[in-house]
Write a protein that binds this ligand. Structure first.
Ligand code: NAD
Ligand code: TYD
Length: 358
């Protein structure tokens, strides 16, 4: 039975990943979820698995040396799937320090704990793996043409992407220096259930359902390459099981869309999905779209070339954007309570502060 240490498992991608692993492996794995529950961590996401005997949650900061080392002593960990991070570009522009702490020093702390636990006099114990879940944002930004490949030079532009790049370089340095058994995955923008409504898709769904302005940064022509979160989970699992140590894999599925297209798709689908007697339907229209001041240093376009992961590991996304966005919006409609409960209090303060000058 393999034991997984999942960091950031109460966040968007981490919680979807835990649910995916339990669906795939059932009782044949043990999962230790380590998350310090920042504003983005929500144990509600894990209600469906929280009572499983082979699941255990620790409210722990990944920067805490003692507690992270203790986990490696208490459990014989086979896989580290490292999601925990500060993940929002806009927040990194306002407050970069916490990004350096968590994303760089937290990753270093995990690397050291895993290295201490897994290293023997004859090298690393066989069968161990550390997967650093990174982002295509480490490659910088593209113009209208071209794609990011694994050998595209690293050129991060935001404090968020700079901190992820630094973490990736630490992971690579451990592979090179110590032959540490790690891989790095770099995915494009994820979407799906449980995404915190500071990110574009859930923010637009939430605002539209409340009749609030739909803020579009700049002219709305920036492009993101969208990946359904379950397709991402499958890719990470393949990498952790099959990839040769040290390999880096881009994960994306040629789902490029301009931001303004996404907003149009969400408005159209909400108007179709909501029954006529739903009061929220009357609030929704294109008049809500508001072009606001652009993000500082706004990366124009991201687009992943997933050729290597397809060739080496046979991974291909299974969800088209047309299907995935409907599943996502339907999930938010069905789970409106989840959305309402996290958009009270602190979120309102964040929203006022972030959007007040725009
Ligand atoms: P998220 O913000 O939804 O979740 C992050 C989780 O990490 C939260 O549960 C939070 O509580 C936890 N966390 C933060 N700081 C911590 C700390 N110091 N110690 C322990 N836990 C901590 O993020 P996400 O969207 O799920 O992203 C997960 C990973 O995937 C991140 O590493 C991110 O860089 C990467 N990624 C995300 C996307 C995307 O589209 N969301 C795209 C590419 C890469
Ligand atoms: P986001 O979801 O923050 O992801 P990332 O910056 O990591 O790609 O933003 C996706 C795109 O949507 C990005 O081009 C910025 C834009 N955006 C808006 O236009 N309005 C918004 O309110 C937000 C949050 C993002």
């Amino acid at each position: 039975m393999k034991t997984y240490l999942i960091t950031g498992g109460a966040g968007f991608i981490g919680s979807n990943h835990i649910i995916y692993l339990f669906k795939k492996y059932g009782d044949n794995i043990k999962i230790i979820n380590v998350d310090c529950l920042t504003y983005a961590g929500n144990l509600e996401n894990l209600k469906s698995v929280e009572n499983f005997p082979n699941y255990k949650f620790y409210k722990t900061d990944i920067c805490n040396k003692e507690e992270i080392n203790k986990l490696f002593i208490d459990y014989d960990i086979d896989r580290v799937i490292h999601f925990a991070a500060e993940s929002h570009v806009d927040r990194s522009i306002k407050n970069p320090e916490v990004f350096a702490n968590t994303n760089i020093l937290g990753t270093l702390n995990l690397l050291n704990a895993a290295k201490n636990a897994w290293e023997t006099n004859d090298g690393f114990m066989p069968g161990k793996k550390f997967v650093q879940v990174s982002t295509d944002e480490v490659y910088g930004a593209l113009g209208e043409e071209g794609f990011f490949y694994e050998d595209t030079p690293l050129d991060p532009r935001s404090p968020y992407s700079a901190s992820k790049t630094s973490a990736d370089l630490l992971v690579s340095s451990y592979v090179f220096t110590y032959k540490f058994p790690a891989n790095i995955t770099r995915c494009s923008n994820n979407y799906g259930p449980y995404q915190f409504p500071e990110k574009l898709i859930p923010l637009i769904i939430n605002n539209a359902l409340s009749g609030k302005d739909l803020p579009v940064y700049g002219d709305g022509r920036n492009v993101r390459d969208w990946l359904y979160v379950d397709d991402h989970a499958k890719a990470i699992d393949l990498v952790s099981e099959k990839a040769k140590d040290g390999e880096i894999y881009n994960v994306g599925g040629h789902n490029e869309k301009r931001n303004i297209e996404i907003i149009d798709i969400i408005i159209d689908y909400l108007l179709k999905a909501l029954p006529d007697d739903d009061k929220r339907k009357k609030l929704i229209s294109r008049d809500l779209i508001k072009f606001v001041e652009d993000r500082k240093g706004h990366d124009f376009r991201y687009a992943i070339a997933p050729d290597k992961i397809k060739r080496d590991l046979g991974w291909e996304p299974e969800t088209s954007f047309a299907e995935g966005i409907i599943m996502t919006i339907d999930w938010y409609l069905k789970n409106f309570n989840w959305l309402e409960s996290i958009t009270k209090g602190e979120y309102m303060k964040y929203y006022e502060e972030m959007y007040k000058d725009r």
